[in-house]
Design a protein around this ligand. Structure first.
Ligand code: ADP
Ligand code: MG
Length: 269
């Protein structure tokens, strides 16, 4: 797809928010119903100074393909812990996680890294961009890690084109050579979203993605996530302590005392 066909998802940026060309299969109602993530009886505790803190105490959760699921809960309720387990950044004490029919909670470290690089995008409250890299390099960094030096060198033109398309979609074409400390919070989160999409993940895990942004900028980030979900059929699992944000999801679950409570109507969140 030529970069020229892409345009920004961000209102008022280089293109109309309504006319970008999709980089994924269109959303279909049949694929929407399939379970993408399935979590059963998940437990996780942390030990510190001979004290064990039980955090997750039997979490059950299903996320369908094409859905935006929000996980709410008080600070310290285990939201980030759960998201890290879904993203294979950590291992549970017991229980199972299936992703697209494959068990992923007990993979070998190399298999986990491979799965995460190929299929799972992540964004965080504090963006986690690498300060010494430009925006373009930050967006490319997952591919640099994922591929051998030789493969990356061979594919570099295609990768750079794709990174530029994503930065354009995020309204950041004018910021590709800037470093993170030269950008606003909203711009950094948009760059982090572009980075999370570079390997065409099947799910985006977002940990308090608007937690460090003012209300308007946070709203813009949510709008981008909503457009990615609607147009690209991107499944999103978003953690937030903010119920107003959670209400914009298709489904909301709440973490209470280490377990998940379903909130059937997200408007009641
Ligand atoms: P939330 O994201 O909902 O605010 P977290 O998942 O970050 O909650 O943390 C849940 C609980 O686990 C908290 O009490 C926190 O202090 C504890 N915790 C999280 N990570 C660790 C860790 N690496 N070591 C020890 N305790 C931790
Ligand atoms: Mg957290």
């Amino acid at each position: 797809m030529p970069a020229a066909q892409e345009s920004s998802l961000v209102a008022g940026r280089s293109g109309a928010a309504t006319s970008h060309t999709s980089w994924r299969a269109p959303k279909s109602s049949s694929s929407q119903q399939q379970t993408l993530l399935s979590v059963t009886a998940l437990t996780k505790s942390y030990s510190k100074a001979q004290v064990t803190i039980p955090v997750l105490q039997g979490v059950d959760l299903m996320v369908n393909r094409g859905e935006i699921a929000a996980i709410v809960g008080q600070s310290g309720s285990g939201k980030s812990t759960l998201l890290h387990l879904l993203g294979t950044l950590d291992e549970p004490d017991s229980g199972m996680i299936y992703f697209d029919g494959q068990r992923i909670d007990n993979l070998l470290p190399r298999e986990r890294d491979g799965l995460r690089n190929r299929s799972i995008g992540m964004i965080f409250q504090f963006y986690h961009l690498l300060p010494e890299l430009t925006m373009l390099e930050n967006v490319l960094s997952p591919l640099m890690i994922q591929e051998s030096a030789w493969a990356y060198w061979r594919n570099r033109r295609r990768h750079t084109e794709r990174a530029l398309e994503l930065l354009d979609m995020m309204g950041l074409s004018h910021r590709i050579k800037h470093r993170p400390n030269e950008l606003s919070g909203g711009e950094m989160q948009r760059a982090a979203i572009a980075r999370s999409l570079i390997a065409q993940p099947r799910v985006l895990l977002a940990d308090e993605p608007t937690g460090n942004l003012d209300q308007q900028t946070g709203g813009e980030i949510l709008e981008i996530l909503r457009i990615l979900n609607e147009r690209e059929n991107l499944t999103i699992v978003m953690v937030t302590h903010n119920h107003a944000i959670a209400r914009q999801a298709d489904r909301v679950v709440q973490l209470v005392e280490g377990k998940v409570q379903e909130i059937a109507d997200s408007r009641a969140a």
